[in-house]
Ligand binder design. Structure first.
Ligand SMILES: NC(=O)C1=CN([C@@H]2O[C@H](COP(=O)(O)OP(=O)(O)OC[C@H]3O[C@@H](n4cnc5c(N)ncnc54)[C@H](O)[C@@H]3O)[C@@H](O)[C@H]2O)C=CC1
Ligand SMILES: Nc1nc(O)c(N)c(N[C@@H]2O[C@H](COP(=O)(O)O)[C@@H](O)[C@H]2O)n1
Length: 227
């Protein structure tokens, strides 16, 4: 943790790496929410990255659909290797039996003022709850809070809606994708980045390719975001 702090200590927010696995046609889940995309080798890469990060963030739909653990569990690790789990959950919909609330790692649930107080009080028994934003979680404020908590390197693990919000607010520094040799199609299938999108190519988030390599059958692409 100290080493990461020294490298990234001057930022007002964490250094954010968006990581995901997608099919060649850009889907991160099928229309029925099946998202088993990465090969075993890629999952090892993902868990090594989780271990390097101080925090790992997902949107509430990902929690509801996948019930992820968001810990380092596919490589050798000790409890202190687990990043702090962060959930963007405007209305405090995190199920009380969700695995992100287990005691494997600390969890931060960011809610908005729309969240029901009764549910917030229940969540507070299992996690640190931050109320940020009126309707939706104010992601800029959340990043500042996470930085204050010592989270200097944050992994953003989706889903599509949160990815768009984070990218469009200029809060992502790197994008790392595993492109699996599969095509699933489906206009209702989730893509790497959904949300409202931009109208013109001029407005697109610009990237610079830094590294590419294969892992088993998968192609890994690593980009820096250019703002
Ligand atoms: N293949 C992969 O690498 C991954 C796939 N997925 C898949 O993505 C799907 C879920 O993606 P989505 O439905 O797009 O949901 P999401 O996981 O991005 O959650 C979106 C929700 O987060 C909440 N939120 C709070 N504040 C927000 C803000 N400021 N901006 C945006 N959202 C905010 C809102 O309730 C919003 O509806 C699942 O099917 C999951 O399996 C998720 C992660 C990785
Ligand atoms: N990198 C990657 N490859 C895939 O094929 C995936 N389906 C995901 N999904 C993300 O990982 C979460 C599951 O984490 P746990 O193993 O339960 O800790 C899932 O919710 C997505 O965020 N990622």
């Amino acid at each position: 943790m100290l080493e990461k702090f020294l490298i990234l200590g001057d930022h007002l927010r964490p250094y954010v790496i968006l990581n995901a696995a997608m099919t060649l046609d850009g889907k991160i889940a099928t229309k029925t929410y099946d998202s088993k995309i990465s090969g075993e080798e890629d999952l090892i890469r993902v868990h090594k990255l989780r271990k390097e990060c101080d925090g790992i963030m997902v949107g509430i739909n990902t929690v509801i659909i996948d019930d992820p653990r968001l810990t380092v569990h596919k490589i050798n690790s000790k409890p202190s290797d687990n990043p702090v789990r962060v959930i963007a959950d405007s209305r405090a919909r995190t199920p009380l039996n969700a695995r992100v609330l287990n005691n494997e790692a600390p969890t931060v649930i960011a809610v908005s003022e729309k969240a029901k107080n009764e549910k917030v009080e229940k969540l507070k028994k299992r996690a640190k709850v931050l109320v940020l934003g009126k309707e939706r979680v104010d992601l800029v404020a959340l990043m500042e809070k996470l930085k204050d908590m010592g989270i200097n390197k944050l992994m953003l693990e989706g889903g599509s809606t949160l990815n768009f919000s984070m990218l469009s607010k200029g809060l992502v520094d790197e994008v790392r994708v595993c492109v699996a040799p599969m095509i699933v199609g489906g206009k209702d299938a989730k893509t790497l980045v959904d949300g409202p999108g931009f109208e013109k190519m001029d407005e697109a988030i610009k990237l610079k390719l830094k590294k590419y390599y294969t892992l088993g059958k998968d192609l890994i692409l690593e980009y820096k975001v250019i703002y």
